[in-house]
Write a protein that binds this ligand. Structure first.
Ligand code: FES
Length: 240
């Protein structure tokens, strides 16, 4: 759908908050905490951003975008081009990170990763207010930095269909290494949230770092998101 930027707030730390609405001010699709939308930006760029506003607000959506100076261009496009009044094409909402209410919740966020958690926190806190004191407990802390890639180890990935063995160094993904070797691999978000790059694991144990797979799917180790996930051992064999 085509939406319009109705409000733009530049906050500290290069984070831009955008409010999006229909040009006719009509209602938007229903969403639940944890949902994200896809923004179709210039030059075919597709980027995923969590909805971080109030799900009860049917007339506008809110996203927050961190400018990544050495990124792939999506955040720079949003910061530089999406001013108030500018139209933007949006798909969704999609729910790959649904919130499952529980009696006790621990929210852990790294930097801008707080965005999908904000509506969850609001939902939980609303519920706390409605319940007798002590029935629900909420703990919250936010990490300032994402995990360092320095702790990562290199591993080998065997691409069975391509008959290639490639080295995946710390700080690079299977997706990047495969593409650099000329192997076509589907992807979209490159952040482990959309599921486009899901690839079958034939041998080895993945170190899952996505937000798509369920605990059961992670445990089975049958597939992995090659844009973010790595290997627990020295070698993986993928159906790629
Ligand atoms: S490209 Fe979206 S999960 Fe990998």
């Amino acid at each position: 759908m085509s939406l319009t930027v109705t409000r733009r707030i530049e906050s500290a730390d290069e984070v831009l908050a955008l409010t999006l609405a229909r040009p006719d001010a009509g209602p938007l699709p229903v969403w639940r905490p944890g949902a994200h939308v896809e923004l179709l930006l210039g030059d075919g760029m597709l980027r995923h951003y969590s909805l971080c506003g109030d799900p009860a607000d049917r007339l506008s959506w809110r996203i927050a975008v961190l400018r990544v100076p050495d990124g792939r261009g999506g955040s720079a496009y949003v910061h530089d081009k999406l001013h108030a009044g500018v139209p933007v094409r949006v798909r969704g909402p999609r729910e790959n990170f649904a919130f499952r209410p529980a009696g006790r919740c621990l929210f852990v966020a790294g930097g801008i990763g707080i965005t999908p958690l904000l509506p969850m926190l609001t939902a939980v806190e609303d519920r706390c207010r409605a319940w007798p004191a002590g029935v629900l407990q909420v703990e919250r802390f936010q990490a300032a930095e994402p995990p360092s890639s320095a702790a990562e180890s290199a591993f080998d990935v065997v691409l069975s269909r391509s008959d290639l063995t490639l080295r995946v160094p710390p700080g690079r993904s299977v997706l990047e290494v495969a593409r650099a070797a000329g192997v076509p691999a589907l992807s979209s978000c490159a952040e482990g949230i959309c599921g486009t790059c899901e690839t079958e694991v034939l041998e080895g144990e993945p170190d899952h770092r996505d937000s798509v797979l369920s605990p059961e799917e992670r445990e089975s180790g049958e597939t992995m998101m090659i844009c973010v996930s790595r290997a627990r051992g020295a070698r993986l064999v993928l159906d790629l």
